[in-house]
Design a protein around this ligand. Structure first.
Ligand code: ACO
Length: 432
């Protein structure tokens, strides 16, 4: 079928019809341009943004039916196999893969921005030791806005670039420090001789009292997780960053807002829930019981790590993560890990079950990432923080794209008002 160039909206009150242009996307759904509707006194109603394209973007693309994810046109499988997080960061921010010189220069810049202002240590000390690392990450990232007063003209491209580099490099240090603080261990400074994932593991797990060598297998697996989570179109946290940033707000504060949105269990917290579910199942023999609970409509239990709002096919990130999970557990000789055995058997049984097949419920990326994190020795409380440091790249790329637009406007959704009509104030003594 050919793509229409316009649609006609008719009214049942005799009002003349209007034509609305159709914007063809390079890939994905075509978009009806409704901007003129408000001039006619109409708004559109779309809670949850199920049918709303909130912006133009050329950063990432998802085809949920086909199970595809592209970053700047490159399939995620190719990037996960051949690229690395630093190169993917360059790609998302600058739009093209770097040349070898550009990659070396970018990597060097990232390594040189990892340190935090020394006074940030004092900010940490204000938190309770048992604070959730995400609470600390949101707070300290927001606090960076009080430390970097230069280069915050968000309408200047070079200023935005510097802020982007600072954010990507420093969020990793803050995330590792929030873990150390939680554990009551001394902070470990970044080592700029190490790559991004390696440095993060070093800051998390090393102690000043003894030498620590990062396992390259672990660093590679973490790097892959970071690549897979770097961007994902206009999800809740990315849309939060865009809306916060649309007013010209400080970039560190905008990214902290995105982190706050990511923290929610409906967004970044599912992999923690997968691990808990596998622990609850406890033994392969109990899997049928849990499958039956998931299928029982009178029971609110769902199989954690299965299903996705957009992907109605295998989430391409899950396919990569599944392979990484196998490789990592083999290399670390953890294939006898009971949780991994339960996960594999659960996946096998669900793949043959009519309930899951007919509803297109496949394992999602969270199903495997929790097991990979566990094998790396990363505690569940840090899962979302690591997701946040990966997604910081996508957030800054999207924030930059928005502010670079010629016709940039503040984001300001409207509403369908269903409250009281005008009424007059009643003094308290006269109220019944
Ligand atoms: N287990 C059992 N049944 C499920 C599951 C599940 N995990 N997911 C969906 N279903 C069923 C629903 O009960 C519904 O059945 P019905 O048609 O008989 O009523 C049908 O599949 C469609 O489900 P919806 O809720 O309409 O799907 P939606 O797109 O709204 O939800 C979601 C997607 C929230 C991810 C859901 O699949 C879910 O809760 N999964 C478990 C949590 C999870 O893994 N979240 C991580 C998502 S990935 C990420 O955020 C990176």
């Amino acid at each position: 079928m050919t793509v229409p160039t316009k649609v006609t909206l008719t009214f049942d009150n005799g009002q003349p019809p209007i034509e609305l242009p159709v914007l063809a996307g390079n890939l994905g759904p075509n978009v009806i341009d409704i901007r003129d509707l408000s001039k006619l006194g109409f708004l559109t109603y779309d809670p949850g943004f199920m049918s709303t394209a909130s912006c133009n973007s050329s950063i990432s693309f998802i085809d949920g039916e086909a199970g595809l994810l592209y970053y700047r046109g490159y399939p995620i499988e190719q990037l996960a196999q051949h690229s690395d997080f630093i190169e993917v960061s360059y790609l998302l921010i600058h739009g093209e893969l770097p040349t070898s010189e550009e990659k070396v220069a970018f990597d060097k810049t990232m390594r040189r921005h990892t340190m935090l202002h020394d006074q940030i240590n004092t900010v940490f000390r204000g938190f309770r030791r048992d604070a959730h690392p995400m609470a600390v990450l949101v707070g300290v990232t927001g606090a960076l806005s009080a430390f970097y007063h230069d280069s915050i003209d968000v309408f200047d491209a070079r200023n935005r670039e510097i802020s982007a580099y600072r954010l990507i490099a420093k969020v990793s240090t803050i995330a590792a420090m929030s873990y150390k603080y939680n554990m009551g261990e001394p902070f470990v400074y970044p080592q700029n001789r190490l790559g991004y994932a390696e440095n993060f593991l070093y800051m998390m797990f090393s102690m000043p009292s003894e030498p620590y060598v990062v396992n390259p297998v672990a660093a590679r697996a973490l790097d892959k997780i970071l690549v897979l989570h770097a961007d994902h179109e206009q999800n809740a946290s990315t849309s939060t960053v865009r809306l916060a940033g649309s007013s010209g707000a400080n970039p560190f504060a905008c990214i902290a807002a995105g982190m706050a949105s990511l923290w929610g269990p409906l967004h970044g917290g599912a992999n923690e829930a997968v691990l808990k579910m596998l622990e609850d199942i406890g033994d392969v023999s109990r899997i049928p019981e849990y499958i039956n609970r998931a299928k029982d409509k009178s029971n609110s239990f769902r199989l954690m790590g299965f299903g996705h709002r957009i992907y109605k096919n295998m989430d391409p990130r899950a396919a990569v993560m599944r392979q990484t999970c196998h490789e990592l557990l083999n290399e670390l000789q953890l294939t006898e890990d009971p949780l991994f055995k339960i996960a594999l058997e659960l996946e096998r049984i669900a793949a043959q079950d009519e309930y899951f097949i007919s509803r297109k419920l496949y394992p999602n990326v969270d199903f495997y990432s929790g097991i990979v994190f566990r094998a790396l020795g990363i505690p569940p409380s840090m899962f979302t923080a690591i997701f946040a440091l990966a997604r910081t790249v996508g957030w800054v790329a999207q924030w930059n794209e928005m502010l670079a637009e010629n016709n940039h406007r503040i984001g300001r959704p409207r509403q369908h008002y269903n409250g009281a009509a005008r009424r007059d104030y009643v003094p308290v003594a006269e109220r019944v």
